[in-house]
Design a protein. Structure first.
Length: 222
């Protein structure tokens, strides 16, 4: 326990607040806990989670979770220490499968989203979490969205916790899909053999938590 406290002090994360926005990867899908819950608990941070399953960055009237921008607009004006968000997972479906909009339209809405965050909470440190490589989404659409998202993050000085680029988590590999993702609960907890989108507890622990915690710690140490 003393080591835990020492790490928290060194990282400067204990007692810090974080708001989390995005889609089912941040929300937890059909489980109430996601990687942000695990990170917040391990680092002794205070979490407020606003993410919704099915949410998109772009404007898709059929998106079950609405726009991530709406989550931000509806959140309290009280500033957190950190803002953490994801996006693009459902946009890839809206763009490739459903033809609701295109990549430039996504980019425009992402600019609005980042601008709104920075205007609303100018002192907060913002982190975009780039989800793992998804076997459940069209690859070319994923990479196109990644390119414009990283470009926008550089422009707006938004940090990136890059699970996509900094880990081997890739559910195009069927063994990883089966081991590390879930669609349904088994005895109340995430199971296995998912479609490749939603990380289960093993996927969260192995890939998401180390990347996100390390990014937050580096930012806090500045």
């Amino acid at each position: 326990m003393s080591n835990r406290r020492e790490i928290d002090v060194e990282n400067g994360l204990a007692g810090k607040s974080v708001y989390a926005f995005g889609d089912s990867i941040v929300h937890g899908h059909v489980y109430p806990r996601s990687f942000v819950d695990v990170v917040a608990e391990r680092e002794n941070m205070t979490l407020a989670k606003f993410a919704r399953n099915g949410a998109t960055i772009g404007v898709d009237p059929q998106a079950s979770g609405g726009q991530i921008l709406a989550q931000i607009e509806q959140a309290t004006d009280i500033a957190p220490d950190f803002v953490l968000f994801d996006g693009g997972t459902n946009d890839a479906q809206s763009i490739f499968r459903d033809r609701r909009y295109d990549v430039p339209a996504y980019a425009e809405e992402l600019e609005k989203t980042l601008h709104t965050m920075q205007r609303k909470w100018p002192a907060a440190r913002i982190v975009y979490v780039a989800a793992h490589k998804l076997g459940s989404r069209d690859w070319d659409t994923q990479t196109a969205l990644r390119e414009v998202t990283l470009r926008a993050c550089r422009k707006w000085d938004v940090a990136v916790a890059d699970v996509f680029g900094d880990t081997t988590f890739d559910t195009r590999d069927d063994a990883q899909r089966a081991k590390y993702t879930f669609d349904d609960l088994v005895n109340g907890v995430p199971g296995t053999e998912g479609t490749g989108t939603h990380p289960n507890l093993a996927g969260i622990t192995a890939f998401y938590v180390p990347v996100v915690s390390a990014r937050l710690a580096r930012m806090s140490a500045r």
